[in-house]
Ligand binder design. Structure first.
Ligand SMILES: [Zn+2]
Length: 124
């Protein structure tokens, strides 16, 4: 039997195709925070098929257009946690599209490079 989880049951979709869907993150970090999820239950980004990866990329683009119209963010971070050591808690891959706004953190320099707290490089 195939493993299933909450992300296997898409609801309140923003966009979808045959392989993946996009929805707001249930615990969003910022207005317009979206996750893009393959419909198949698969834990790792690297286990997705090429078709699933393409769907995820296309849905990221579509979601960005929707978030731009609704929230007008000034930037974005795209990120995916792969494995418990990297902070993955739901073992169904989901790619975060996190809108960014001026002043949302005191110092945004380094962006996604700052996931390792205390290891920020001065030369990104
Ligand atoms: Zn699942």
């Amino acid at each position: 039997m195939t493993a299933q989880c909450e992300l296997c049951f898409p609801n309140e979709l923003i966009a979808e195709d045959d392989n993946a869907y996009a929805r707001h993150d249930s615990n969003g970090l910022a207005p317009g925070h979206i996750i893009v999820v393959p419909k198949r239950h698969v834990a790792s980004y690297f286990e997705m098929t090429d078709a699933e990866k393409l769907s995820v990329i296309v849905l990221l683009d579509q979601s960005k257009e929707i978030v731009d119209r609704k929230f007008s963010p000034e930037g974005y971070n795209i990120g995916v946690n792969i494995g418990k050591a990297a902070g993955q808690s739901r073992m169904h891959v989901h790619v975060h599209l996190i809108p960014r706004y001026s002043g949302d953190v005191a110092d945004p320099s380094g962006g996604i490079r700052c996931v390792l707290h205390g290891k920020r490089s001065k030369t990104p």
